[in-house]
Design a protein. Sequence first.
Lengths: 277, 135
Amino acid sequence: MKIIGLIISVLTGAMLVYAAADFPAWSDPSSPASTYLSPHFIEKTMEETSVPNIVTAVLADYRSFDTMFETAVIFSAGLVCFFLLRTTRRKESETETTHYRHTLTGVTIQIKEGHTLPPSDEFERIDSLWTPSGLIIKTSCRLLVPFIQLFGLYVIAHGHYSPGGGFQGGVILGASIIMLAISYDLRTIIERISEKMVAVLCAVGVLIFSGTGALCLLLGVNFLDYNALAPILLVDPLTARSHAILIVEIGVGVAVMTTMIWLYCNLSSAGKYNQGL
Amino acid sequence: MTDLVSTIIAKYNYWIYITLMMIGLYAMIAKNNLIKKIVGMSMFQTAIILFYVSIGVKKGATIPILEYSHGHGHDTQLVVHAADYVNPLPHVLMLTAIVVGVATLGVALALSIRIYDRYNTLEEDEILTQIREEK
């Protein structure tokens, strides 16, 4: 198997090297990729969409169909992970043990299923693989999270004028919450964003994108032709394009953020949602 | 000889992506462990992302964000030359490809978790033996 794999990959590499001989040299301004469609995007973006960041304009306007279905792909990936992993029923042989730690003495006790801990605020619930974690890590993560989220919101909102947009900002927002889950535990973030909320928000993100497109359809133009939204947004048709791009970017950001959280929760707890990494 | 060397130097981005792609393809075919196969798949994706981004580069061009257009609105006539900005199209395509790559990686890991639950191993040959024994 190893020999066959080596032969196949070397053959593929040799074919690609042979093909690369005809490719344009690196950073050639007159390469085929840069002469056909991209000059139109670069020169006309400002007058057609009034968005200085060409990448955002192409992503959410010229190629918005593509982006809409990419968002749908991300949503389906989250959904597939959920359906593959999420378990609500346990096997008969498994009984759930929860672990508690006495905060004053550091003694850990196990509580078998069906028994309850006497009410006391001296015990905290811990994961079964709990290790004494540093106060420094928890505190610095807790302090960093709001700034990371603020930066994520900036990246989404400022995607018209600087590098950024829904995908990047959504990943930053999702990463901030995953960081909280890693430095504390999985239960901390499930208390803040419940599983149901994550799933609903993920669908809402896709709905914002496709709903904007469908609204254009209702107003009598093509799907995702944002000019028609001018009477609703109370601006002229050109600015309406720019504003509609922001709306769909927010939809993408929400969908990407919640998909990241959803994937993390399902993968780290293997679908049980009781304890994470 | 100098001709060959200059060709190799002029197209060095292609050689890097081809090498990465070969490593990824080899890992996907030959490795026995499923997680290593997934790592190979990620390397393959990275090679394609590198390829796309590198063909968008133009000599002497800047990032595809128009200059001097902030706050002017659309009534000022802004002269834009396509040669001043790199090709935005590969950036758009790869932007979505990166996030979709993460999502597919999540699905692949979820499948591996399920396989591990069922067979208690992630080695391909051991899984195949267990499947044959079940028949």
